[in-house]
Design a protein around this ligand. Structure first.
Ligand code: SIN
Length: 527
Protein backbone atom coordinates (compact mmCIF):
# COMPACT_ATOMS: atom_id res chain seq x y z
CA UNK A 1 0.00 0.00 0.00
CA UNK A 2 1.21 3.45 -0.77
CA UNK A 3 0.27 6.76 0.78
CA UNK A 4 -1.02 9.24 -1.78
CA UNK A 5 -1.21 12.97 -1.27
CA UNK A 6 -4.92 12.61 -0.51
CA UNK A 7 -4.26 10.17 2.33
CA UNK A 8 -1.91 12.57 4.06
CA UNK A 9 -3.02 14.57 7.04
CA UNK A 10 -2.38 18.22 6.37
CA UNK A 11 -1.68 20.44 9.35
CA UNK A 12 -1.18 24.11 9.92
CA UNK A 13 -2.08 27.08 7.79
CA UNK A 14 0.05 29.66 6.09
CA UNK A 15 2.67 30.39 8.69
CA UNK A 16 6.32 30.65 9.36
CA UNK A 17 7.17 27.90 11.77
CA UNK A 18 10.60 29.04 12.85
CA UNK A 19 13.11 31.85 12.40
CA UNK A 20 14.35 32.84 8.95
CA UNK A 21 17.51 30.81 9.54
CA UNK A 22 15.72 27.49 9.66
CA UNK A 23 12.41 28.43 8.21
CA UNK A 24 9.88 25.86 7.22
CA UNK A 25 7.43 27.82 5.25
CA UNK A 26 3.92 26.62 4.66
CA UNK A 27 2.25 28.86 2.13
CA UNK A 28 -1.44 28.99 1.40
CA UNK A 29 -0.64 28.91 -2.31
CA UNK A 30 1.22 25.66 -1.84
CA UNK A 31 0.25 22.32 -0.46
CA UNK A 32 0.40 22.13 3.29
CA UNK A 33 2.98 19.99 5.01
CA UNK A 34 1.85 16.40 5.42
CA UNK A 35 2.14 14.82 8.85
CA UNK A 36 5.03 12.59 7.70
CA UNK A 37 7.11 15.37 6.25
CA UNK A 38 6.20 17.68 9.10
CA UNK A 39 7.41 15.35 11.83
CA UNK A 40 10.56 14.49 9.92
CA UNK A 41 11.28 18.20 9.35
CA UNK A 42 10.74 19.06 12.99
CA UNK A 43 13.06 16.29 14.15
CA UNK A 44 15.70 17.47 11.69
CA UNK A 45 15.33 21.05 12.86
CA UNK A 46 15.77 20.15 16.49
CA UNK A 47 18.88 18.11 15.63
CA UNK A 48 20.34 21.30 14.06
CA UNK A 49 20.69 19.60 10.70
CA UNK A 50 18.02 21.54 8.84
CA UNK A 51 20.04 24.54 7.71
CA UNK A 52 18.79 27.04 5.20
CA UNK A 53 21.63 29.57 5.00
CA UNK A 54 24.75 29.36 2.90
CA UNK A 55 28.15 28.70 4.48
CA UNK A 56 30.84 31.30 3.79
CA UNK A 57 34.10 31.52 5.71
CA UNK A 58 32.79 29.24 8.44
CA UNK A 59 29.65 31.34 9.05
CA UNK A 60 26.03 30.57 8.20
CA UNK A 61 24.79 33.49 6.12
CA UNK A 62 21.54 34.67 4.50
CA UNK A 63 21.70 35.93 0.93
CA UNK A 64 22.82 39.58 0.93
CA UNK A 65 19.49 40.77 -0.47
CA UNK A 66 17.53 38.32 1.74
CA UNK A 67 16.11 36.54 -1.28
CA UNK A 68 15.16 32.90 -0.79
CA UNK A 69 14.22 29.92 -2.91
CA UNK A 70 11.77 27.22 -2.01
CA UNK A 71 12.68 23.57 -1.73
CA UNK A 72 9.88 21.12 -2.56
CA UNK A 73 9.15 17.57 -1.60
CA UNK A 74 8.80 15.97 -5.05
CA UNK A 75 6.45 13.30 -3.68
CA UNK A 76 3.81 15.84 -2.70
CA UNK A 77 4.80 19.19 -4.15
CA UNK A 78 4.75 20.65 -0.66
CA UNK A 79 7.31 23.25 0.35
CA UNK A 80 9.71 21.91 2.93
CA UNK A 81 12.04 24.86 3.38
CA UNK A 82 12.98 28.28 2.18
CA UNK A 83 16.74 28.60 1.61
CA UNK A 84 19.06 31.53 0.91
CA UNK A 85 19.15 32.43 -2.79
CA UNK A 86 22.75 33.47 -3.34
CA UNK A 87 24.47 34.89 -6.41
CA UNK A 88 27.60 36.68 -7.61
CA UNK A 89 28.50 38.62 -4.46
CA UNK A 90 28.15 35.71 -2.06
CA UNK A 91 30.07 33.42 -4.42
CA UNK A 92 32.92 35.92 -4.72
CA UNK A 93 33.12 36.09 -0.93
CA UNK A 94 33.09 32.31 -0.70
CA UNK A 95 35.94 32.15 -3.23
CA UNK A 96 37.91 34.76 -1.28
CA UNK A 97 37.47 32.84 1.96
CA UNK A 98 38.50 29.60 0.25
CA UNK A 99 41.54 31.30 -1.23
CA UNK A 100 42.58 32.59 2.18
CA UNK A 101 42.00 29.23 3.87
CA UNK A 102 44.06 27.41 1.24
CA UNK A 103 47.39 28.56 2.69
CA UNK A 104 46.81 27.04 6.10
CA UNK A 105 44.75 24.01 5.04
CA UNK A 106 47.26 22.91 2.40
CA UNK A 107 50.11 23.28 4.91
CA UNK A 108 48.59 20.91 7.45
CA UNK A 109 50.20 17.50 7.36
CA UNK A 110 48.33 14.83 5.47
CA UNK A 111 47.78 13.09 8.81
CA UNK A 112 46.13 16.18 10.29
CA UNK A 113 43.78 16.56 7.32
CA UNK A 114 43.10 12.83 7.44
CA UNK A 115 41.98 12.97 11.09
CA UNK A 116 39.51 15.78 10.36
CA UNK A 117 38.08 13.91 7.37
CA UNK A 118 37.78 10.74 9.44
CA UNK A 119 35.83 12.67 12.11
CA UNK A 120 33.55 13.99 9.35
CA UNK A 121 32.98 10.43 8.12
CA UNK A 122 32.13 9.28 11.67
CA UNK A 123 29.61 12.13 12.04
CA UNK A 124 27.99 11.40 8.66
CA UNK A 125 27.54 7.77 9.70
CA UNK A 126 26.31 8.73 13.17
CA UNK A 127 23.63 10.90 11.48
CA UNK A 128 22.83 8.56 8.62
CA UNK A 129 19.14 8.27 9.53
CA UNK A 130 18.60 12.04 9.60
CA UNK A 131 20.62 12.61 6.42
CA UNK A 132 18.67 9.82 4.73
CA UNK A 133 15.42 11.47 5.79
CA UNK A 134 16.59 14.77 4.34
CA UNK A 135 17.44 13.07 1.04
CA UNK A 136 14.00 11.44 0.88
CA UNK A 137 12.33 14.70 1.80
CA UNK A 138 13.96 16.83 -0.90
CA UNK A 139 14.84 14.25 -3.57
CA UNK A 140 12.11 11.64 -3.14
CA UNK A 141 14.07 8.37 -3.23
CA UNK A 142 12.88 5.63 -0.83
CA UNK A 143 14.25 6.04 2.69
CA UNK A 144 16.19 2.75 2.58
CA UNK A 145 17.85 3.81 -0.66
CA UNK A 146 18.50 7.28 0.79
CA UNK A 147 20.22 5.82 3.85
CA UNK A 148 22.20 3.66 1.42
CA UNK A 149 23.25 6.86 -0.33
CA UNK A 150 24.49 8.26 2.98
CA UNK A 151 26.69 5.17 3.49
CA UNK A 152 27.90 5.47 -0.12
CA UNK A 153 28.50 9.23 0.20
CA UNK A 154 30.30 8.87 3.53
CA UNK A 155 32.52 6.13 2.09
CA UNK A 156 34.23 8.74 -0.12
CA UNK A 157 35.17 10.75 2.97
CA UNK A 158 36.51 7.65 4.73
CA UNK A 159 38.42 6.52 1.64
CA UNK A 160 40.05 9.91 1.04
CA UNK A 161 40.85 10.33 4.75
CA UNK A 162 43.03 7.26 4.20
CA UNK A 163 44.28 8.25 0.74
CA UNK A 164 45.43 11.69 1.99
CA UNK A 165 48.46 9.92 3.46
CA UNK A 166 49.42 8.24 0.18
CA UNK A 167 50.13 11.23 -2.06
CA UNK A 168 53.59 10.10 -3.09
CA UNK A 169 56.00 11.92 -5.36
CA UNK A 170 58.89 10.44 -7.35
CA UNK A 171 62.63 10.55 -7.60
CA UNK A 172 63.73 10.19 -11.21
CA UNK A 173 67.15 8.81 -12.23
CA UNK A 174 68.85 12.01 -13.45
CA UNK A 175 69.93 12.68 -17.03
CA UNK A 176 73.20 14.35 -15.82
CA UNK A 177 75.42 13.18 -12.96
CA UNK A 178 75.38 16.50 -11.05
CA UNK A 179 71.60 16.70 -10.96
CA UNK A 180 68.83 15.22 -8.87
CA UNK A 181 65.28 15.18 -10.24
CA UNK A 182 62.18 15.15 -8.07
CA UNK A 183 58.44 15.13 -8.65
CA UNK A 184 56.12 16.63 -6.05
CA UNK A 185 52.34 16.41 -6.04
CA UNK A 186 50.66 19.56 -4.73
CA UNK A 187 47.02 20.62 -4.35
CA UNK A 188 45.61 22.59 -7.32
CA UNK A 189 44.11 25.33 -5.08
CA UNK A 190 40.52 26.54 -4.79
CA UNK A 191 37.99 24.13 -6.31
CA UNK A 192 34.48 24.99 -7.53
CA UNK A 193 32.31 21.87 -7.12
CA UNK A 194 28.94 21.91 -8.89
CA UNK A 195 26.69 19.01 -7.87
CA UNK A 196 23.41 17.55 -9.18
CA UNK A 197 20.11 16.72 -7.44
CA UNK A 198 19.98 12.95 -8.02
CA UNK A 199 22.51 12.12 -5.26
CA UNK A 200 22.29 15.14 -2.93
CA UNK A 201 25.10 13.81 -0.71
CA UNK A 202 27.25 11.33 -2.63
CA UNK A 203 27.98 13.57 -5.61
CA UNK A 204 29.27 16.22 -3.18
CA UNK A 205 31.41 13.96 -0.98
CA UNK A 206 32.89 12.30 -4.08
CA UNK A 207 34.29 15.73 -5.01
CA UNK A 208 34.94 17.32 -1.63
CA UNK A 209 36.62 14.21 -0.13
CA UNK A 210 39.61 14.10 -2.51
CA UNK A 211 39.74 17.90 -2.74
CA UNK A 212 40.13 18.40 1.01
CA UNK A 213 42.36 15.34 1.38
CA UNK A 214 44.82 16.67 -1.17
CA UNK A 215 44.92 20.12 0.49
CA UNK A 216 42.52 22.02 -1.79
CA UNK A 217 39.74 24.22 -0.43
CA UNK A 218 36.26 24.14 -1.93
CA UNK A 219 33.23 26.20 -2.87
CA UNK A 220 30.31 23.80 -3.32
CA UNK A 221 27.19 24.66 -5.28
CA UNK A 222 24.52 22.04 -4.61
CA UNK A 223 21.47 21.81 -6.85
CA UNK A 224 18.77 24.35 -6.03
CA UNK A 225 16.37 21.39 -5.94
CA UNK A 226 18.26 19.58 -3.15
CA UNK A 227 20.42 21.95 -1.10
CA UNK A 228 19.33 20.75 2.37
CA UNK A 229 21.43 17.58 2.45
CA UNK A 230 24.52 19.51 1.33
CA UNK A 231 23.99 22.09 4.07
CA UNK A 232 23.52 19.38 6.72
CA UNK A 233 26.71 17.65 5.54
CA UNK A 234 28.56 20.99 5.73
CA UNK A 235 27.31 21.51 9.29
CA UNK A 236 28.79 18.12 10.20
CA UNK A 237 32.05 19.07 8.45
CA UNK A 238 32.29 22.15 10.70
CA UNK A 239 31.62 19.96 13.75
CA UNK A 240 34.40 17.63 12.57
CA UNK A 241 36.88 20.50 12.53
CA UNK A 242 37.04 21.51 8.87
CA UNK A 243 38.30 25.07 9.36
CA UNK A 244 36.48 28.24 8.24
CA UNK A 245 36.79 28.80 4.50
CA UNK A 246 38.06 25.32 3.65
CA UNK A 247 34.50 24.32 2.76
CA UNK A 248 31.90 26.86 1.60
CA UNK A 249 28.39 26.24 0.29
CA UNK A 250 26.49 28.69 -1.89
CA UNK A 251 23.23 28.01 -3.72
CA UNK A 252 20.44 29.87 -5.45
CA UNK A 253 21.08 31.71 -8.69
CA UNK A 254 22.88 28.98 -10.66
CA UNK A 255 24.02 31.10 -13.64
CA UNK A 256 25.46 33.80 -11.35
CA UNK A 257 27.22 31.29 -9.10
CA UNK A 258 28.56 29.38 -12.10
CA UNK A 259 29.83 32.56 -13.80
CA UNK A 260 31.54 33.74 -10.61
CA UNK A 261 33.29 30.38 -10.14
CA UNK A 262 34.31 30.14 -13.77
CA UNK A 263 35.56 33.68 -14.24
CA UNK A 264 37.60 33.79 -11.03
CA UNK A 265 41.37 33.52 -11.43
CA UNK A 266 41.54 32.20 -7.86
CA UNK A 267 39.44 29.14 -8.67
CA UNK A 268 41.88 26.68 -10.22
CA UNK A 269 39.56 23.75 -10.81
CA UNK A 270 35.94 23.09 -11.67
CA UNK A 271 34.38 19.72 -10.99
CA UNK A 272 30.87 19.13 -12.26
CA UNK A 273 28.32 16.33 -12.37
CA UNK A 274 25.30 16.97 -14.56
CA UNK A 275 24.09 17.15 -18.12
CA UNK A 276 26.37 16.98 -21.14
CA UNK A 277 24.92 20.25 -22.47
CA UNK A 278 25.84 22.17 -19.31
CA UNK A 279 29.20 20.38 -19.07
CA UNK A 280 30.15 21.66 -22.52
CA UNK A 281 29.28 25.22 -21.51
CA UNK A 282 31.34 24.97 -18.31
CA UNK A 283 34.29 23.59 -20.25
CA UNK A 284 34.16 26.52 -22.67
CA UNK A 285 33.78 29.03 -19.84
CA UNK A 286 36.78 27.52 -17.99
CA UNK A 287 39.02 28.13 -21.01
CA UNK A 288 39.83 31.86 -20.52
CA UNK A 289 41.39 31.13 -17.11
CA UNK A 290 42.68 27.67 -18.18
CA UNK A 291 41.21 25.82 -15.23
CA UNK A 292 41.55 22.12 -14.65
CA UNK A 293 38.12 20.59 -15.39
CA UNK A 294 36.54 17.26 -14.39
CA UNK A 295 33.15 16.46 -15.86
CA UNK A 296 30.85 13.57 -15.06
CA UNK A 297 28.14 13.96 -17.67
CA UNK A 298 25.20 12.12 -19.15
CA UNK A 299 25.20 8.45 -20.09
CA UNK A 300 23.23 6.19 -22.40
CA UNK A 301 24.03 2.85 -20.83
CA UNK A 302 23.32 -0.34 -22.75
CA UNK A 303 22.48 -3.45 -20.75
CA UNK A 304 23.34 -6.27 -23.18
CA UNK A 305 21.68 -9.63 -22.55
CA UNK A 306 23.15 -12.45 -24.63
CA UNK A 307 21.42 -15.76 -25.42
CA UNK A 308 23.90 -17.53 -23.16
CA UNK A 309 23.12 -15.35 -20.12
CA UNK A 310 21.68 -16.74 -16.91
CA UNK A 311 18.12 -15.38 -17.17
CA UNK A 312 17.73 -14.71 -13.44
CA UNK A 313 21.06 -12.90 -13.22
CA UNK A 314 20.23 -10.82 -16.31
CA UNK A 315 16.79 -9.87 -14.97
CA UNK A 316 18.08 -9.02 -11.49
CA UNK A 317 21.09 -7.07 -12.83
CA UNK A 318 19.14 -5.10 -15.43
CA UNK A 319 16.38 -4.35 -12.92
CA UNK A 320 18.94 -2.92 -10.47
CA UNK A 321 20.77 -0.98 -13.20
CA UNK A 322 17.54 0.45 -14.62
CA UNK A 323 15.34 1.24 -11.62
CA UNK A 324 17.83 2.53 -9.05
CA UNK A 325 16.62 5.98 -7.96
CA UNK A 326 13.57 5.51 -10.25
CA UNK A 327 15.86 5.55 -13.28
CA UNK A 328 17.44 8.86 -12.33
CA UNK A 329 21.15 8.07 -12.37
CA UNK A 330 23.74 8.68 -15.07
CA UNK A 331 24.66 4.99 -14.99
CA UNK A 332 21.09 3.68 -15.24
CA UNK A 333 20.55 1.19 -18.05
CA UNK A 334 19.03 3.38 -20.76
CA UNK A 335 18.70 0.70 -23.46
CA UNK A 336 18.23 -3.01 -22.84
CA UNK A 337 19.73 -4.84 -25.83
CA UNK A 338 18.47 -8.43 -25.88
CA UNK A 339 19.58 -11.20 -28.25
CA UNK A 340 17.01 -12.87 -30.49
CA UNK A 341 17.05 -16.28 -28.81
CA UNK A 342 16.31 -15.02 -25.30
CA UNK A 343 14.28 -11.89 -26.20
CA UNK A 344 10.76 -13.17 -25.47
CA UNK A 345 11.73 -15.10 -22.35
CA UNK A 346 13.62 -12.09 -21.01
CA UNK A 347 10.75 -9.69 -21.84
CA UNK A 348 8.34 -11.84 -19.86
CA UNK A 349 10.56 -12.47 -16.84
CA UNK A 350 11.76 -8.87 -16.72
CA UNK A 351 8.21 -7.48 -16.92
CA UNK A 352 7.14 -9.79 -14.08
CA UNK A 353 9.98 -8.46 -11.93
CA UNK A 354 9.19 -4.82 -12.82
CA UNK A 355 5.54 -5.37 -11.92
CA UNK A 356 6.60 -6.18 -8.35
CA UNK A 357 8.23 -2.76 -7.86
CA UNK A 358 6.36 -0.73 -5.26
CA UNK A 359 5.70 2.88 -6.25
CA UNK A 360 5.04 5.35 -3.46
CA UNK A 361 6.16 8.01 -1.06
CA UNK A 362 9.75 7.38 -0.03
CA UNK A 363 8.77 7.41 3.66
CA UNK A 364 6.31 4.55 3.18
CA UNK A 365 7.69 1.17 4.25
CA UNK A 366 8.17 -1.12 1.25
CA UNK A 367 8.41 1.62 -1.38
CA UNK A 368 11.05 0.86 -3.99
CA UNK A 369 10.21 3.57 -6.54
CA UNK A 370 9.83 7.19 -5.51
CA UNK A 371 8.60 10.09 -7.63
CA UNK A 372 10.54 11.79 -10.41
CA UNK A 373 12.19 15.02 -9.39
CA UNK A 374 9.68 17.38 -11.06
CA UNK A 375 7.01 17.67 -13.69
CA UNK A 376 9.49 18.54 -16.46
CA UNK A 377 11.12 15.14 -15.85
CA UNK A 378 7.74 13.41 -16.24
CA UNK A 379 6.94 15.37 -19.40
CA UNK A 380 10.26 14.30 -20.90
CA UNK A 381 9.48 10.63 -20.20
CA UNK A 382 6.00 11.09 -21.70
CA UNK A 383 7.40 12.61 -24.87
CA UNK A 384 9.90 9.75 -25.28
CA UNK A 385 7.12 7.16 -24.86
CA UNK A 386 4.94 8.99 -27.38
CA UNK A 387 7.81 9.10 -29.88
CA UNK A 388 8.58 5.37 -29.46
CA UNK A 389 4.94 4.26 -29.71
CA UNK A 390 4.37 6.43 -32.80
CA UNK A 391 7.32 4.63 -34.43
CA UNK A 392 6.05 1.10 -33.66
CA UNK A 393 7.25 0.27 -30.12
CA UNK A 394 4.79 -1.61 -27.88
CA UNK A 395 4.20 -1.01 -24.19
CA UNK A 396 4.24 -4.24 -22.16
CA UNK A 397 3.84 -2.61 -18.76
CA UNK A 398 3.18 0.90 -17.42
CA UNK A 399 3.57 3.69 -19.93
CA UNK A 400 1.75 6.44 -18.07
CA UNK A 401 1.66 8.62 -14.97
CA UNK A 402 0.94 6.69 -11.79
CA UNK A 403 -2.49 6.97 -10.17
CA UNK A 404 -0.75 8.48 -7.10
CA UNK A 405 -0.49 11.67 -9.13
CA UNK A 406 2.19 14.28 -8.47
CA UNK A 407 5.36 13.20 -10.33
CA UNK A 408 4.95 9.46 -9.85
CA UNK A 409 5.36 7.45 -13.05
CA UNK A 410 4.55 3.78 -13.60
CA UNK A 411 7.58 1.49 -13.96
CA UNK A 412 7.49 0.80 -17.67
CA UNK A 413 8.73 -1.88 -20.05
CA UNK A 414 8.46 -1.18 -23.76
CA UNK A 415 9.42 -3.63 -26.51
CA UNK A 416 10.30 -3.43 -30.22
CA UNK A 417 12.29 -0.27 -29.61
CA UNK A 418 14.94 0.65 -32.19
CA UNK A 419 18.18 2.54 -31.80
CA UNK A 420 16.87 5.55 -33.75
CA UNK A 421 14.02 6.36 -31.35
CA UNK A 422 14.44 9.33 -28.97
CA UNK A 423 14.65 7.12 -25.87
CA UNK A 424 17.60 5.25 -27.39
CA UNK A 425 19.49 8.40 -28.26
CA UNK A 426 18.99 10.46 -25.12
CA UNK A 427 19.03 9.80 -21.40
CA UNK A 428 15.51 8.88 -20.26
CA UNK A 429 16.20 9.61 -16.57
CA UNK A 430 13.00 7.86 -15.61
CA UNK A 431 11.60 4.37 -14.88
CA UNK A 432 11.31 3.21 -18.49
CA UNK A 433 13.12 0.14 -19.83
CA UNK A 434 13.20 -0.04 -23.65
CA UNK A 435 13.92 -3.51 -25.08
CA UNK A 436 15.91 -3.56 -28.34
CA UNK A 437 16.41 -6.83 -30.24
CA UNK A 438 19.77 -7.81 -31.76
CA UNK A 439 21.09 -10.85 -33.64
CA UNK A 440 24.87 -11.14 -33.30
CA UNK A 441 27.61 -10.12 -30.89
CA UNK A 442 28.90 -7.67 -33.53
CA UNK A 443 25.42 -6.11 -33.80
CA UNK A 444 25.30 -5.69 -30.02
CA UNK A 445 28.66 -3.93 -29.91
CA UNK A 446 27.75 -1.69 -32.85
CA UNK A 447 24.38 -0.72 -31.33
CA UNK A 448 25.91 -0.21 -27.87
CA UNK A 449 28.63 2.11 -29.20
CA UNK A 450 26.28 4.01 -31.54
CA UNK A 451 25.91 6.98 -29.19
CA UNK A 452 27.81 10.11 -28.22
CA UNK A 453 27.81 8.92 -24.60
CA UNK A 454 30.25 6.50 -22.97
CA UNK A 455 29.69 6.27 -19.23
CA UNK A 456 28.44 2.82 -18.12
CA UNK A 457 27.56 -0.42 -19.89
CA UNK A 458 26.39 -3.81 -18.62
CA UNK A 459 26.85 -7.26 -20.16
CA UNK A 460 25.06 -10.47 -19.21
CA UNK A 461 26.66 -13.67 -20.52
CA UNK A 462 27.97 -16.95 -19.15
CA UNK A 463 30.90 -16.99 -21.57
CA UNK A 464 34.18 -15.68 -20.15
CA UNK A 465 35.63 -15.34 -23.66
CA UNK A 466 32.64 -13.35 -24.87
CA UNK A 467 32.68 -11.06 -21.85
CA UNK A 468 36.35 -10.17 -22.55
CA UNK A 469 35.71 -9.59 -26.27
CA UNK A 470 32.73 -7.37 -25.52
CA UNK A 471 34.04 -5.31 -22.59
CA UNK A 472 37.22 -4.61 -24.53
CA UNK A 473 35.18 -3.41 -27.52
CA UNK A 474 32.74 -1.25 -25.56
CA UNK A 475 33.51 2.49 -25.68
CA UNK A 476 32.56 3.09 -22.04
CA UNK A 477 34.35 4.13 -18.87
CA UNK A 478 32.61 1.53 -16.64
CA UNK A 479 31.45 -1.97 -17.49
CA UNK A 480 29.48 -4.35 -15.30
CA UNK A 481 29.67 -8.03 -16.24
CA UNK A 482 26.76 -10.03 -14.80
CA UNK A 483 26.28 -7.16 -12.32
CA UNK A 484 24.01 -4.12 -12.41
CA UNK A 485 25.26 -2.17 -9.38
CA UNK A 486 28.93 -1.33 -9.85
CA UNK A 487 29.54 2.02 -8.13
CA UNK A 488 31.93 2.00 -5.19
CA UNK A 489 34.35 4.47 -3.66
CA UNK A 490 37.33 2.16 -4.35
CA UNK A 491 36.87 2.06 -8.15
CA UNK A 492 37.29 4.84 -10.73
CA UNK A 493 34.01 6.38 -11.94
CA UNK A 494 33.86 8.42 -15.14
CA UNK A 495 33.09 8.36 -18.82
CA UNK A 496 34.63 8.52 -22.26
CA UNK A 497 33.41 10.36 -25.39
CA UNK A 498 30.84 13.02 -24.44
CA UNK A 499 30.20 11.48 -21.01
CA UNK A 500 33.00 13.47 -19.50
CA UNK A 501 36.58 13.97 -18.46
CA UNK A 502 38.46 12.61 -15.50
CA UNK A 503 37.65 10.03 -12.86
CA UNK A 504 36.07 10.24 -9.42
CA UNK A 505 36.57 7.83 -6.54
CA UNK A 506 39.54 5.47 -6.04
CA UNK A 507 43.21 6.46 -6.11
CA UNK A 508 42.65 7.91 -9.60
CA UNK A 509 40.13 10.41 -8.24
CA UNK A 510 42.85 11.99 -6.10
CA UNK A 511 44.95 12.92 -9.17
CA UNK A 512 42.22 15.29 -10.34
CA UNK A 513 43.01 17.61 -7.40
CA UNK A 514 46.79 17.48 -7.64
CA UNK A 515 49.33 19.29 -9.79
CA UNK A 516 52.65 17.70 -10.64
CA UNK A 517 55.71 19.79 -9.94
CA UNK A 518 59.09 18.77 -11.32
CA UNK A 519 62.14 20.00 -9.39
CA UNK A 520 65.64 19.86 -10.86
CA UNK A 521 68.45 20.20 -8.27
CA UNK A 522 71.66 21.26 -10.06
CA UNK A 523 75.32 21.54 -9.06
CA UNK A 524 74.96 18.50 -6.80
CA UNK A 525 78.59 17.29 -7.09
CA UNK A 526 79.95 20.27 -5.16
CA UNK A 527 81.51 19.36 -1.76
C1 SIN B 1 25.38 9.59 -11.14
O1 SIN B 1 24.23 9.35 -11.42
O2 SIN B 1 25.96 10.53 -11.66
C2 SIN B 1 26.18 8.78 -10.14
C3 SIN B 1 25.72 7.42 -9.93
C4 SIN B 1 26.64 6.61 -9.04
O3 SIN B 1 27.55 7.13 -8.39
O4 SIN B 1 26.46 5.40 -9.02
Amino acid sequence: MVIGAAARVAIGGCRKLVSSHTSLLVSSQCRQMSMDAQSVSEKLRSSGLLRTQGLIGGKWIDSYDNKTIKVNNPATGEIIADVACMGTKETNDAIASSYEAFTSWSRLTAGERSKILRRWYDLLIAHKEELGQLITLEQGKPLKEAIGEVAYGASFIEYYAEEAKRVYGDIIPPNLSDRRLLVLKQPVGVVGAIAPWNFPLAMITRKVGPALASGCTVVVKPSELTPLTALAAAELALQAGVPPGALNVVMGNAPEIGDALLSSRQVRKITFTGSTAVGKKLMAAAAPTVKKVSLELGGNAPSIVFDDADLDVAVKGTLAAKFRNSGQTCVCANRVLVQDGIYDKFAEAFSEAVQKLEVGDGFKEGTTQGPLINDAAVQKVESFIQDAVSKGAKIILGGKRHSLGSTFYEPTVIRDVSNDMLMSKEEIFGPVAPLIRFKTEEDAIRLANDTIAGLAAYIFTNSVQRSWRVFEALEYGLVGVNEGLISTEVAPFGGVKQSGLGREGSKYGMDEYLEIKYVCLGDMNRH
